[in-house]
Design a protein around this ligand. Structure first.
Ligand code: FES
Ligand code: FES
Length: 158
């Protein structure tokens, strides 16, 4: 099967098997290895990317189902102002250890901030319920996201 969509603003076509996941297409055909695979059945959130602006499990999404979609991986969000604030904050507040969960965490956190759902720790923890981390105990991740949200709010108020 052949489908066309955009990845990080670039037009691509996928010609793989109908059963190929979007995650495998991105990693194997596009070398976009910032999309991580953990459980490969929709539980851990490591593979979370944006499809048409929505955080999406790329392990559960078939590449052939993306006809006409706009896909953004962690690599395509490097210049996004919310993502920049999040990456700075994860660095400052030690929001990662091994980093395996981090791309998915950042994509989910960006969505929380954009939707105004990162106003307090309880909201952030609820919003991250679909992203598992085996290293951090979550405290520093939540602190990082709260600090990024506060920094962005202060920028907007200035
Ligand atoms: S690898 Fe997709 S949810 Fe775990
Ligand atoms: S930092 Fe290691 S799994 Fe989250």
């Amino acid at each position: 099967m052949s489908v066309r969509f955009t990845v990080n603003g670039r037009k691509v076509s996928a010609n793989g098997e109908a059963r190929q996941s979007l995650a495998d297409f991105l990693r194997e055909s596009m070398n976009l290895t910032g999309t991580h695979l953990g459980c490969e059945h929709g539980v851990c959130g490591a593979c979370t990317i944006n499809v048409d602006g929505q955080p999406t499990r790329s392990c559960l999404t078939l590449a052939v189902a993306c006809e006409g979609s706009e896909v953004h991986t962690i690599e395509g969000l490097q210049n996004d102002r919310v993502m920049i604030a999040l990456m700075d904050s994860f660095h400052t507040h030690h929001g990662l250890q091994c980093g395996y969960c981090t791309p998915g965490m950042l994509v989910s956190a960006r969505d929380l901030i954009l939707r105004g759902k990162a106003g307090n720790d309880a909201d952030i923890r609820r919003g991250l319920a679909g992203n598992l981390c085996r290293c951090t105990g979550y405290t520093n991740i939540v602190t990082s996201i709260a600090a990024a949200a506060a920094a962005l709010a202060a920028q907007e108020a200035a």
